[in-house]
Design a protein around this ligand. Structure first.
Ligand code: IVH
Length: 706
């Protein structure tokens, strides 16, 4: 360990201080600032375990840059602004790079890009209107490599190291299939060439690796980058080979002919080089790059990628913009830290560190207790996050979370924010364990946890907290879809004592509602119309809206397809329920219990009297599966996030091809399609041993939807 626990805590405290600082007043603070940056570079490059986000690092880095500009008298040769950060460890031989391997300057907004354009034009001696091409491509998030070919053979590969010297990883790099071992550079008159690129792992491979590690009981990788950089420096090349890394090449940093150096004469532009490398069989982002004629075109490209990023097969953290013409690149030159002819436009941060202030326990519609972390507000991908679900007790204990911990929070794409991990090394000893309540926070009934369930639940049928949440669910889009009747309005009506059970939602007094603050006649009338419309709903919506544990939308649809009049379900026994696909003994038991309860039947009768439809409609009839499709006669289930299309869309596709979509893993399941972040369903299917497991690619290959 290069830093002791005490130093780690101190440097982390200083990090917080510098993140808030506007400028630096003294030379000793400037030294501290440098020390903080060196520490975070080490966490990122050597440990692969950063404590702060790239965005936070850049803020501190820019503070240092600014302070050094204001106080040139405090300059120092070993400042992080004067050199490239280092990933050197002691396990590999180090080698000199043919050219320094620099970093990139980061930009976060369009104003930064425009400032870059102005700077470049000045350096190149070009006016605002003169032609200047930019080459833009994704910024891959992996580990940098430099690969040398001599006399057409791959002879050496190295990591970035400290920029001047890197670790020699030739044997490992030779296992990367997208790096050709022999290339006819000699046909271009080149005898020696150095290429720069990024070793990466596709998201799909990353998923598969983590799934395997989960099965083997090994710690999971936090992201594809960590999984790639770690194995790049594996002691045994077979380990690198087994991980199936890819390498994208994005720069020709040196080329030498028989008669000395020839770069940049071999090709006039970076784009031309990339096309040549593509033709040679290297992996270059040829289809994803763009040569832009104006900075406005660059901005459009950046905008496009912000939307495309999640669907891309590799993790990218921004786009890189380079001056396309190599003679212009030479005119721009470089600082000791980055080339002046390139800039990285980074996407908004998706991860940030924050502190876990408190945990609240919220009750759900079926009485499940969800722990919710209150964290110090942080900006994640443009949204302020201050509340994060901790899902259940196991989630907390697996991550050993404590109140007062510094935690890493992530919000990726449309995914709800979650806590990736805590930083135990930053604990001061004052952190408190999170104590799960033993009684319901709403009604104090002792909680129960059923076998095979992750959640603790309140078993009290008359629990007020549960009832309110059930009403919110009942009116929601998923169930009765009562437009305009959301959580806050239901809470208001509930507090006013207007709601005791679900039937009250259908006998609201719209006069009284129109007199509520912020409502008025028009809103009350709109609400009345939505409620009237919902009364006509198919009965599966009503059944789903009754908040019966284990009776989700799919099961509600299956049952609704088998019954003419909803209250008739009171005559069904467990066996009859279980004859329906996906209905197991637990759901069947809950259904029987619900319909045996006279209070529930009375409530349904009241609803019917108020005009709520109880008879099966056309929408309750089963959807006919396509016949003759490749999935004919098969049952299928999707789990995890799909990259290519939404879950609903994929389900419809499978149905069109003859499959029946199930809601849960059971012995009736034939095929499980596994997307990103698949969880317990996969483990269950593996255990059954009779389920065919397909990853997303294999599924689409079968549908012929390549
Ligand atoms: S061009 C600096 N293009 O990002 C010399 N770099 O943060 C020119 N990176 O060290 C680099 N994708 O390892 C370039 N399409 C891309 C890139 C890329 C990822 C890495 C590279 C660089 C780091 C700087």
């Amino acid at each position: 360990m290069r830093y002791t626990p005490d130093q780690t805590r101190d440097l982390n405290r200083l990090t917080g201080h510098f993140l808030e600082a506007a400028d630096i007043q003294s030379q000793p603070s400037l030294e501290q600032l440098r020390e903080v940056l060196r520490f975070h570079e080490w966490r990122y490059y050597v440990l692969d375990d950063p404590l702060i986000s790239d965005f936070e690092y850049d803020r501190i880095y820019k503070l240092l840059e600014r302070s050094e500009q204001v106080h040139p008298e405090w300059a120092s040769e070993d400042s992080p602004t004067r050199r490239v950060s280092s990933d050197l460890t002691e396990s590999f031989a180090t080698v000199d790079h043919l050219n320094p391997m620099l970093s990139l300057e980061n930009s976060y907004d369009l104003a930064d890009l425009e400032a870059f354009d102005l700077r470049v034009r000045k350096l190149c001696g070009l006016g605002a209107e003169e032609a200047l091409e930019y080459f833009a491509e994704p910024k891959f998030d992996g580990g940098s490599i430099a690969v040398i070919y001599e006399h057409d053979r791959l002879v050496r590969a190295a990591t970035r190291g400290d920029g001047a010297r890197g670790e020699e990883i030739t044997a490992n790099a030779r296992t990367i299939r997208s790096l050709p071992l022999r290339v006819a550079f000699s046909t271009l008159g080149i005898s020696r060439v150095e290429l720069r690129g990024e070793a990466v792992l596709s998201k799909q491979r990353f998923q598969a690796i983590n799934l395997q590690r989960e099965t083997d009981g090994l710690p999971l990788f936090a992201n594809p980058r960590n999984a790639a950089t770690g194995v790049l420096r594996a002691k045994d090349p077979a380990e690198t080979a087994s991980r199936n890394l890819d390498a994208f090449i994005f720069q020709v940093s040196y080329a030498e002919g028989q008669n000395g150096r020839i770069l940049p004469d071999a090709f006039p532009t970076h784009a031309a080089w990339m096309e040549q490398l593509d033709a040679f069989g290297f992996k270059v982002a040829i289809a994803d790059r763009k040569v832009c004629k104006t900075i406005a075109e660059v901005e459009r490209y950046v905008g496009e990628w912000t939307g495309r990023r999640d669907a891309y097969a590799y993790d990218i953290d921004g786009v890189v913009i380079k001056v396309n013409e190599l003679s212009m690149q030479l005119r721009c030159g470089s600082t000791a830290h980055h080339p002046r002819w390139a800039v990285a436009h980074k996407f908004q941060a998706r991860q940030a560190s924050s502190s876990l202030l408190d945990v609240e326990f919220q009750i759900g519609k079926i009485g499940s207790i969800t722990p919710v972390a209150k964290i110090a507000p942080v900006q994640l991908a443009g949204v302020t996050v201050s509340s994060v679900s901790l899902h259940n007790e196991d989630f907390i204990s697996q991550r050993d979370l404590r109140i007062g911990d510094q935690v890493l929070v992530e919000r990726a794409g449309d995914v709800i924010p979650y806590i990736v991990k805590a930083f135990p090394e930053l604990r001061k000893g004052l952190e408190k364990p999170i104590v799960f309540p033993s009684r319901c926070p709403a009604c104090s009934t002792p909680l129960v946890r059923e076998e095979d369930e992750a959640a603790w639940r309140c078993p009290n049928d008359r629990c007020e907290g549960k009832r309110l949440q059930c009403m919110i669910h009942h009116a929601s889009k998923d169930a009765m879809d009562i437009d305009g009747l959301g959580r806050s309005l239901i809470e208001r009506f509930y507090d006013l004592g207007w709601l005791t059970d679900l039937s009250d939602l259908y006998s609201l007094d719209y006069e009284d509602i129109s007199e509520l603050e912020g409502m008025g006649k028009k809103s009350a009338e709109n609400l009345r119309k939505s409620v009237e419309k919902a009364k006509e709903n198919p009965i599966y919506r009503l059944l789903h809206g009754l908040c019966i544990h284990h009776v989700g939308k799919k099961i509600a649809q299956r049952i609704a397809a088998q019954v003419q009049y909803l209250p008739d379900l009171a005559d069904w026994d467990a066996e009859r329920f279980m004859a329906i696909d996906d209905v197991g003994p637990v759901a069947a038991g809950n259904l029987v219990r619900f319909f045996a309860n006279p209070q529930n039947l009375q409530m349904l009768r009241r609803m019917e009297a108020l005009g709520v439809n109880m008879r099966a409609t056309e929408a309750d009839q089963p959807q006919v599966s396509g016949s003759g499709g490749i999935f004919e006669g098969k049952t299928i289930l999707f789990t995890g996030t799909l990259e290519r299309m939404g879950r609903d869309e994929a389900e419809r596709l499978a149905e069109k091809l003859g499959a029946r979509v199930l809601a849960a893993v059971s012995s009736k399941l034939n095929i499980l399609v596994v997307g990103r972040d698949a969880g317990s369903k996969l483990a269950k299917a593996q255990k059954l041993g009779t389920v065919e497991i397909l990853d997303e690619q294999a599924f689409f290959d079968r549908t012929g939807n390549e």
